[in-house]
Design a protein around this ligand. Structure first.
Ligand code: ADP
Ligand code: ADP
Ligand code: ZN
Length: 215
């Protein structure tokens, strides 16, 4: 099974991913998380990607496509995978369509999580992330049990550089111009499922489960 989480920054993709991966035994592929760890480690990829990420812009397709291509070849993907934050351009989606047959996979479902724009801004500026395991929190919607400490692993929480108000606004514009065209792309392939992401975390999870259970 191959699932894609699509939706604007702040929609709740990362938050929902953990449960989906666990429920259906899928490998988790988050291009944002892979890129952030490359930046942290200062690899060649990280050095190239950083300038785009800091500005809230997309990292060039050719870099991201290489990441996904090699990640899909890892053995844990044999049982299926959940893509979070990829594809983000029509070029990336076309690439996926081209390489998937080689791996014996196809896109089974694209879960589009939709959330109102003012709520997205509130979610992103209040987001905190675990520096160790990447779990997402929110200052008021999903606070950790102990202030600034991850419930899962005890790691320190931090605010992503690109979650500042200015960069958030740029990312929302980038989503509209470069990623929203994917809605039509996948709708025409009859794999799109719309999820109301304005609901609380558990209701969103239930909607996703109802869709995936029927696949
Ligand atoms: P994405 O991966 O789509 O960018 P996240 O999963 O990181 O989004 O969620 C963005 C922020 O919103 C996080 O701080 C998260 O805790 C919070 N959040 C996620 N889902 C909900 C929800 N359904 N209701 C309220 N806050 C949410
Ligand atoms: P969010 O869902 O909160 O917007 P991500 O963690 O998915 O954030 O992505 C963070 C940043 O990493 C993006 O703003 C972009 O610069 C880069 N990035 C992640 N995935 C991709 C992708 N598929 N194509 C291009 N850039 C990407
Ligand atoms: Zn953690």
């Amino acid at each position: 099974m191959l699932l894609i989480l699509l939706g604007p920054p702040g929609a709740g993709k990362g938050t929902q991913a953990g449960q989906v991966v666990e429920d259906y035994g899928l490998a988790y592929i988050s291009t944002g998380a892979i890129l952030r760890s490359a930046v942290k480690e200062g690899t060649a990829l990280g050095q190239k990607a950083r300038q785009y990420m800091d500005l809230g812009q997309l990292v060039p397709d050719e870099l991201v496509v290489e990441i996904v291509k090699s990640r899909l070849q890892e053995s844990d993907c044999e049982k299926g995978a959940l893509l979070d934050g990829f594809p983000r351009t029509v070029e990336q989606a076309s690439f996926l369509e081209k390489v998937l047959p080689e791996t014996g996979k196809k896109v089974d479902c694209v879960l589009l999580i939709e959330v109102k724009e003012n709520e997205l801004i509130e979610r992103l500026t209040g987001r905190r992330v675990c520096s160790e395991c990447g779990t997402n929190y929110h200052l008021s919607h999903k606070p950790p049990k102990v202030r600034n400490v991850c419930d899962e692993c005890g790691g320190d929480l931090y605010q992503r550089d690109d979650d500042s108000l200015e960069t958030v606004k740029e990312r929302l514009e980038v989503y509209k111009s470069q990623t929203e065209p994917l809605i039509d792309f996948y709708n025409s392939r009859e794999v799109l499922a719309r999820i109301d992401g304005n609901q609380d975390i558990d209701s969103v999870r239930d909607q996703i489960k109802a869709v995936v259970d029927k696949l």
